[in-house]
Write a protein that binds this ligand. Sequence first.
Ligand code: ASP
Ligand code: MG
Length: 405
Amino acid sequence: MALVVMKFGGTSVGDAERMRTVADYIARTVRRGNQVVVAVSAMGKETDELLHLAAQVSNTHPGREMDMLITAGERKAMALLCMALHDIGIESASFTGSQAGIITDCEHTKAKILEVRADRVREALAAGQVAVVGGAQGVSTDREVTFLGRGGTDTTAVALARALDADSCEIYTDVSGVFTADPRVVPEARRLKRLSFEEMLEMCAAGCPKPAMRSVEFARNHQVRLHVRSAFTWEPGTWIEEEDPEVEQAIISAVTSDSSEAKVTVAGVPDHPGVAARLFRALADRSINVDMIEQNVSLAGTTDISFTVPREDLKTACETAEGLKVEIEAREVLADPDIATVSLIGAGMKTHPGISATMFETLANEGINIEMISTSSIRLTCVVRAELVDKAVVSLHRAFKLEGE
Ligand code: ASP
Ligand code: MG
């Protein structure tokens, strides 16, 4: 008998029929002798709809009430799922995050889990029930209902798996795992059987949409193996786990791209101490999350600083830089919204020379200009023109032979 935590995302429980399909699957798992805890997300686009409603009603969006509103989506889903289970003879009980003992800090709309006191979940399991927990929510140390943020149901699942010492944490979603590239861009992309936490985190940061990055960090920090898999085909998906030192790592595991960022260049700034500090402090003060930063060597005493930011922050970032132009003696501030990044990720690149050379040659052969480069020990990222990024992904996937096992 195994204890399985299952997370179901919005699409997986998108309508009444999907609810019943998921209930059937849970029932089969229970009838095979397993204990099941479910973390369920709001149905379909419900969270977006609730946010949209809030935007129509209010300009101020008080955090406490926002969280009360948004968590209603998961609350609805958990009750419906239990009803569907009841119909097919599976005993279950739904729990809000608060009832499930998910204790968070007091940061409304993006609360962090501090502790899980899963007594009621344990009692439900001991009574032979399936425990269905509303995802992405908890109760703060101030006894308020809190929302964990977008994608927070993954975090709920990982936290429960950890607290209950579950045998597996299964993230059921609308894709069948993690692929060597986005299959919509690269038809021959292959599903990965396994990936290390580090590789998955780099992929999340480099544009891979699933699973939610925060939950992978949480899983890594708490040593919870994740199984990302399909709630539509139910086939085995991708395991995300600790790197196995006994097994030789793939040199390159995947190619990802990200078209959500824009580039700012602050040109002609004097090359002396404090300029970058002043600029990036001002950006931080406006809560702008800077990703890549590049500063050229200074010729004749001035230098150019380029950086990327989420595209929705481009305007604010440029205004901030413009506002400092006189103070930091910059020549000009240039905005470039039409960029994208392409990244290669692989734990084996740490010990293999020549990966960057092959990447740059591949892009050069396609006539794709590289505008910025950034690296970590297991990732290589290039900024290219947005309209060329799919071509870059396809050619790199081929150059590193990712389609074959
Ligand atoms: N329903 C929430 C969202 O869409 C939480 C989640 O799905 O994880 O972000
Ligand atoms: Mg969701």
